[in-house]
Design a protein around this ligand. Structure first.
Ligand code: PLP
Length: 375
């Protein structure tokens, strides 16, 4: 059998990881500034992460959500404390798309309405409702096309109010920082005003923090640079450091009923162990603070580079937009300097390193890029 060939693969076969580094099968060591697409939060193969997962597996690995799983409650308490949302409710799922799918469904349940407002260049996943509110017609199959998805320009409050005034909008979904769209931080005041409008017209505000959350922005959630309190926050990626887990943090006003949402694998023992290990390491090693410190250092240094049109982002979620396609730059970074970076569109390099990145490692990237741009 062949693999279903949907991924344009890079010429690299990682076989080992440690901290901010991965090793190829021929022993070449790479600095990982891509983090497996913003997933590796606490570093590759962290000893505490390995211990937590292996000791859990030795006890019990799986049971369904028809039994008490104390680790879920432990996770809810810890996540509530560290995220600044102790009074919210936790619903555990397996991926980002599934988190958003359930958030959109919840907005519809709560309001009795069907329509969702989303934004240009936004990405929310590939399941049915999540892909319908994603601004990329290429990945929307005919079965996912929906007149219930209204996509408007990013940061545009006037357009948002026009939609909300119809009183048909169940929810508004916004990324904490747009990731796949090229690292766009919402304009100052936009989230606060959007929240006000949502309240005024009875729609729920959903913050998709799947890429921007879990400390990546230098705050636990990117929207915490503002005073916004969303009705629902969705997370995944960095939450499990590679173990598939996602979640919804749901405001206390939203009341559940039995059977309202559900999943077979969501919240299993191993997912909880991985998520708890991530939070414990983040707290112990002060990784949110580190993301802010090293991210600001990188952003400041890179702003001075000639050849870069714009540097965008917060913490360790950084987009470098060039005047030209970046394929060659990215290739030389990987093959000659052994620095692995991400992309966004044709012209933007995306940095999504583990939150453990230190300033010496940041300097390796800065010097490598400088050497390439000088040529
Ligand atoms: C902002 C955002 N939302 C949702 C998703 C979908 O997550 P997943 O691939 O885990 O379904 C992604 C994935 O890149 C994302 O960046």
């Amino acid at each position: 059998m062949n693999l279903f060939d949907v991924y344009p693969l890079l010429d690299i076969t990682p076989v080992k990881g440690e901290g901010c580094y991965i090793w190829d099968e021929d022993g070449t060591k790479y600095l990982d500034l891509y983090g497996g697409h913003a997933v590796i939060s606490v570093g590759h193969s962290h000893p505490h992460y390995i211990d937590r997962l292996t000791s859990q597996l030795k006890q019990i690995g799986f049971y369904s959500n028809s039994v008490q799983i104390p680790q879920q409650k432990e996770l809810a308490v810890k996540l509530g404390q560290l995220s600044g949302y102790p009074d919210y409710q936790l619903f555990l799922v397996n991926s980002g798309a599934e988190a958003n799918e359930n958030a959109l469904k919840l907005a519809s349940f709560v309001t009795g309405r069907k329509k969702i407002v989303a934004f240009k260049k936004g990405f929310h996943g590939r399941t049915s409702a999540a892909v319908a509110v994603t601004d990329n017609p290429k990945i929307i199959a005919p079965i996912n096309e929906s007149s219930n998805a209204v996509i408007i320009p990013f940061d545009n409050l006037q357009e948002l109010e026009i939609q909300l005034k119809t009183n048909e909008i169940a929810g508004v979904i916004i990324e904490g920082i747009q990731g796949i769209g090229g690292i766009h931080v919402p304009a100052e005041g936009f989230l606060v005003q959007a929240e006000k409008l949502c309240k005024q017209y009875g729609a729920l505000l959903i913050l998709d923090e799947i890429q921007s959350g879990y400390g990546r922005s230098g705050k636990f959630f990117a929207h915490q640079y503002t005073d916004v309190k969303p009705d629902i926050i969705t997370v995944a990626k960095g939450m499990g450091n590679g173990f598939p887990v996602g979640a919804l943090l749901i405001a206390p006003e939203i009341k559940p009923w039995h059977g309202m949402l559900g999943t077979t694998f969501g919240g299993n023992y191993l997912a909880c162990a991985a998520s708890l290990a991530v939070l414990e390491i983040m707290e112990d090693e002060k990784l949110v603070e580190n993301a802010q410190k090293v991210g600001s250092y990188l952003i400041e240094k890179l702003k001075g580079f000639s050849g870069i049109k714009e540097v965008r982002g917060l913490g360790l979620m950084i987009g470098l937009e060039f005047d030209q396609p970046i394929n060659d730059i990215r290739h030389v970074l990987l093959k000659k300097h052994h620095v692995f970076t991400g992309v966004s569109g044709a012209n933007t390099i995306r940095l999504l390193s583990p939150l453990t990145l230190n300033s010496e490692q940041a300097d390796v990237f800065i010097e490598s890029l400088a050497a390439i741009l000088q040529k």
